[in-house]
Ligand binder design. Sequence first.
Ligand code: 6PG
Length: 226
Amino acid sequence: MSQPRIEIFETGAEVAQAALDFWVDLLARSQGDFWVSLAGGTTPKELYRKMADQKLNWGRLHLVWGDERFVPHDHADSNYRMVKEAWLDRVSGLGGIVPWSIEASAEDSANHYEERLRQRPHGVDLCLLGMGDDGHTASLFPGTAALHEQQRWAVANWVEKFHSHRLTMTYPYLNLSRQVLFLITGAGKAPALRQVLRLEEHPAAAVRGREGTTFFLDRAAAAELD
Ligand code: 6PG
C-alpha cells in the first residue's frame, strides 16, 4: 500500500486547525458536489466546531458518517448527534446530510445505508477517520467480522466487547475515498499508532485513499514513532 503522509503537531487544537485547513483547501481545489465521510468519537469535535464558523458554499457539501452506534439519533452516544450539536445546528443549506437510519434491526440499518451509498458509484472526496487505542477505525474493530467484508459498503458489525452492533462502512467503501485523513491525538493511542504506521498492523493500517492518506497527530499520540 502507498505510504501515508504523517504530520505531527504540538496539541490537539493544532491538529484540528490543520484538519480544517486541509478540508477547506481540498474543497476549494474541487469542483461541484463535495462528499465527506465524517469520523465519530470525540477527537473530531473541535474540527466540526471550527467548520461551523466557516463561510463556505454549504450547498456543495454532502455528509455521510463512516460509522454509527446502533442507538437513536438523540442518544448521547450517537455520532450523528455529536456532529449535529458541534456543527449542523449552527449552519444551514448543506447539500446533503445523510446519517445512518436507525431501523428495527442493525442489519436493516446497514442495508438501508448500503442502498443510499450505492446511489453514488464512487466514494467520497474526503474520508475523516479516528483510531481507537486498539487500532480500530470507523467501527472496524480487531477480531470482528466486518474486517473480512469484501463486497458490501455498509454492514452491521457485532462488537463483543460492547455486546452490541456497530454500523460501519467497510474497507471496500473507505478505500474508494479520494483522500483519507486520520486525526489521532492523546498518549493512549501511541502504542497502537506505532504498530499501525511501522508494522502495518490493526484495522487502521488497511485504509488508504485513492489519491492520498494523511495522518495528523499530536505529539502525545506520536510519542512511540521513531
Ligand atoms: C466511533 C468512531 C471511532 C473513533 C475512535 C476514536 O464511533 O467511536 O467512529 O472509530 O474514531 O474510537 O475515538 P476518539 O476520537 O473518541 O478517541
